[in-house]
Design a protein. Structure first.
Length: 299
């Protein structure tokens, strides 16, 4: 039995829902700490209220192999974001708020419909600012028979205090680790402390779920999977990310990605307004393996 099912049946999940509702009434859900009353319709940096905005929900075959497997990942893309990345690859959703508001009952039915379609998991994309809504929808989904792993697919700018409330809810954490340097986070994502916050968050995620565990099909059951998108001129920052991930666990699953394109506002910045050098991803992956990471993958 999944831990989130146990939490729901024991009543513990309802206690945590109450804790999150109090938090969003003066929102400190993420490290931005906007302190707006989202229950009264006030909006902070993420532009979210109490109800979630969903951009899309579908079977997704383009995630990492342990997430997509053969039958696909049941992805629910939330609108808005607590980061302001100038190069966002999904900017229509994260920055332009493509999507529509849904109720908690509808969100629960999305989970069930994706499970019935055969998806290996329910993959919440950009969940940092929507965890209250996810937890509100979860008891109804459990009542309807939800039993697949839940994936927390975030930008990495997560509060450890909020993550502790989520302990046992999510089976797989899949954060980005965008920068090993906070000046890069300030310049490209609008936050002064990205590197420190992301490292602390990823350590907490690992404490909760450990290294990635897969079943006999190679599909994720539980654990941590870290992503790093290689940017132009990324070498030193990428190596810092690798070294930090290694210090968390040498068996951390690290995907070093080469999908970067100069989208959104990136084309106006001479430093990131181009594709990375073709050898950058391979070089960083080779560095990670030399340093002792045992589960390094690159697209």
């Amino acid at each position: 039995m999944r831990r989130y099912v146990e939490l729901c049946r024991s009543g513990e999940l309802h206690r945590r829902i109450g804790a999150l509702e109090r938090i969003i009434a003066s929102c400190t859900l993420c490290p931005r700490s906007c302190r707006v009353d989202r229950t009264a319709g006030e909006r902070g940096v993420c532009r979210a209220g109490a109800l979630p905005r969903v951009a899309s929900w579908s079977i997704h075959h383009g995630e990492e192999r342990p997430i997509s497997g053969r039958r696909g990942s049941g992805t629910i893309f939330f609108s808005g974001c607590n980061l302001s990345c100038v190069f966002c690859q999904n900017y229509e959703i994260s920055q332009l708020d493509l999507g529509h508001e849904v109720g908690f009952e509808r969100l629960s039915r999305m989970m069930i419909e994706l499970q019935k379609a055969g998806c290996h998991n329910i993959n919440f994309v950009t969940p940092t600012h929507t965890v209250y809504a996810i937890l509100r929808a979860l008891p109804e989904a459990v009542r309807r028979g939800l039993s697949v792993p839940l994936v927390y697919n975030s930008g990495g700018y997560d509060s450890t205090s909020t993550l502790k409330i989520l302990d046992g809810v999510f089976d797989v954490y899949m954060p980005d680790f965008k920068y090993g340097s906070s000046p890069s986070g300030a310049r490209f994502s609008g936050v002064e402390d990205y590197a420190e916050v992301a490292e602390a968050a990823i350590r907490e995620m690992h404490r909760q779920v450990g290294d990635l565990v897969t079943d006999e099909r190679g599909v994720a059951e539980r654990g941590l999977l870290v992503r790093h998108l290689v940017l132009p001129g990324d070498a030193a920052v990428g190596k810092t990310v690798v070294d930090t991930v290694l210090s968390i666990s040498p068996d951390t699953y690290l995907n070093i990605m080469d999908q970067y394109r100069p989208l959104f506002r990136a084309s106006h910045d001479p430093d990131i307004g181009r594709r990375p050098n073709a050898d950058s991803v391979r070089s960083l992956a080779a560095y990670a393996r030399r340093r002792g990471l045992t589960r390094v993958y690159h697209d």
